[in-house]
Ligand binder design. Structure first.
Ligand SMILES: Cc1cc2nc3c(=O)[nH]c(=O)nc-3n(C[C@H](O)[C@H](O)[C@H](O)COP(=O)(O)O)c2cc1C
Length: 380
C-alpha cells in the first residue's frame, strides 16, 4: 500500500491525518478517532495572536492528554513575528510535538482582510511566516507542516509555488485541500492538483485532502495522485470508526466497520462523556454534542421527533434516556449512511481587500488591514 507516514521524527504506520476542524477536533473527538485507528490527529486551530496573549481558550485548545502521541497543533497567523512567537510558546513550552500552519481558510471575513487562503498570494509574506515558524520550532525539534488550498481562484493559483517554498524552508510535509478559496466546500476536490503538487515537491511528504468519505476513497486518492498520505475532514464527522476502516485499508485488509444503531448510540454517549470531561461542564459538553447528532444519525432509521429531541440534549442522563429510546437492533443502513456529510454549499467569489490581486508584494496599506485578519477567525 504505502510506507508509514513520517512527519519529522514522528511516524504513523497508517498514512492518515485527522484534519484540523474548528469546533470539532477537540480532545474529545480526537480521542474517539484514536480509539479506532492510527494516524496524526490535529487539534482545532488557534490564532497566533490569541496564543501570544495567552488567551485561556487558546491555551486549552493546545492542551493534550498523556495518551496523545504525537500531539499535533495547528496555528493560523498573518504576521511572521507573531506566528514565530506563538510557535515558540507551543514548541518551547513542550505543548505539542508537531505544528501545522493553516493557509486554507476561505471565509470572507478572513480573506476580506487578506488572511487565510488569500495570504500565499503575497509571496514574500507567506515565505516570512513559514520561515519564522520553522526557525522558532527547529531548536525544539518540532516539525512544522503547511496546509493550504490551491489558490484564490482558477486564475490565481498559489499551491505549487507555496509547496516549493515550504519544502525549501525546511517544512516537514505539505497538505493540499484540492479546492480554491472560490470553491469553498462546493463541487468536487480536484485531485489532479494533488498529483501536480506531488510531482513538484519531491523531498517531503505531500498529503492529499478533500472528499475522502470512505477508506476506498483514500486508496483511490493515493492511486490517482501518488500522494504520501491523506488528510480526512468531514468524512469522519459522526463516523470516528472511519479511522478503523482507513487503518485496515492501508494494511491491505478488507474489513470495514458497519455499525448498527446500538453501536452508534454507544459512541454518541461516549462522545458526550468525553466532551463533558473536556469542557469541565456538563451543560457545555452536551450543547457541543448537539451539532454532531445529524452526522451520527445520517441514514439510520430514526424518526424526526427522536432526532429533534437528541439535538436538544442538556445532560448525560437526558442523553442516556433519549438514546435508550432508539432501536438498538437497527442494522447498518448501508449507502444511506455513507457519502458526503457536513459543510458543502456553493462557490463564492472570494472577497479580497481592494487591489489585493494587483501585486504579489504586500504594500503598507495592506499590512494594516492584514492585522485584522486574525481577529475573528474560526477555521478553514
Ligand atoms: C467544520 C470545519 C472546520 C474546519 N476548521 C479548519 C481549521 O481549523 N483549520 C484548517 O486548516 N482547516 C479547517 N477545515 C478544513 C478541513 O481541515 C479540510 O481541509 C476540509 O474540510 C476538506 O477536507 P474534507 O473534504 O475531508 O472535509 C475545517 C472544515 C470544516 C468542515
Amino acid at each position: 500500500m504505502l510506507p508509514p507516514l513520517r512527519i519529522g521524527q514522528h511516524v504513523s504506520e497508517t498514512p492518515v491525518v485527522l484534519a484540523p476542524m474548528a469546533g470539532v477536533t477537540n480532545t474529545a473527538f480526537r480521542r474517539l478517532c484514536r480509539e479506532q485507528g492510527d494516524g496524526f490527529f490535529v487539534a482545532e486551530m488557534v490564532t497566533s495572536r490569541a496564543l501570544v496573549e495567552r488567551n485561556d481558550v487558546s491555551l486549552r485548545i493546545v492542551s493534550f492528554e498523556d495518551y496523545e502521541q504525537p500531539r499535533s497543533a495547528q496555528v493560523y497567523g498573518v504576521d511572521p513575528a507573531t506566528v514565530g512567537a506563538a510557535v515558540s510558546i507551543i514548541a518551547g513550552e513542550d505543548r505539542a510535538d508537531h505544528i501545522d500552519l493553516n493557509f486554507g481558510c476561505p471565509v470572507p471575513k478572513v480573506t476580506r482582510k487578506g488572511g487565510g487562503a488569500a495570504l500565499p498570494w503575497k509571496k514574500e509574506l507567506y515565505t516570512r511566516i513559514v520561515d519564522a515558524a520553522v526557525r522558532a520550532a527547529s531548536p525544539h525539534h518540532v516539525p512544522v507542516t503547511v496546509k493550504m488550498r490551491m489558490g484564490i481562484d482558477d486564475d490565481h493559483m498559489t499551491y505549487l509555488e507555496a509547496g516549493k517554498i515550504a519544502e525549501d524552508l525546511g517544512v516537514s510535509a505539505v497538505a493540499l485541500h484540492a479546492r480554491t478559496a472560490a470553491q469553498h466546500y462546493s463541487g468536487q476536490a480536484r485531485w489532479d492538483a494533488i498529483k501536480n503538487l506531488k510531482e513538484h515537491v519531491t523531498t517531503i511528504p505531500v498529503l492529499g485532502n478533500g472528499d475522502i468519505w470512505s477508506a476506498e476513497d483514500a486508496l483511490n486518492m493515493v492511486a490517482h495522485t501518488g500522494c504520501d498520505g491523506v488528510v480526512v475532514g468531514r468524512g469522519c464527522q459522526g463516523r470516528p470508526w472511519l479511522f478503523a476502516d482507513l487503518t485496515a485499508a492501508f494494511a491491505g485488509r478488507d474489513e470495514r466497520v458497519t455499525p448498527g444503531l446500538g453501536y452508534v448510540a454507544e459512541t454518541i454517549y461516549r462522545h458526550g462523556e468525553y466532551l463533558v470531561e473536556f469542557f469541565g461542564d456538563e451543560g457545555r459538553g452536551l450543547r457541543d454534542l448537539r451539532k454532531h447528532m445529524a452526522w451520527y444519525l445520517k441514514g439510520y432509521a430514526v424518526g424526526g421527533e427522536a432526532r429533534q429531541a437528541l439535538a436538544l440534549v442538556d445532560s448525560l442522563a437526558d442523553l442516556r434516556r433519549k438514546l435508550d429510546e432508539l432501536d438498538h437492533d437497527a442494522p447498518y443502513p448501508g449507502e444511506a449512511a455513507e457519502g458526503q456529510r457536513g459543510r458543502a454549499g456553493s462557490p463564492k467569489r472570494p472577497i479580497l481587500p481592494y487591489g489585493w490581486l494587483d501585486s504579489r508584494e504586500l504594500s503598507d496599506e495592506f499590512r494594516i488591514t492584514l492585522q485584522e485578519a486574525e481577529l475573528s477567525v474560526s477555521g478553514g
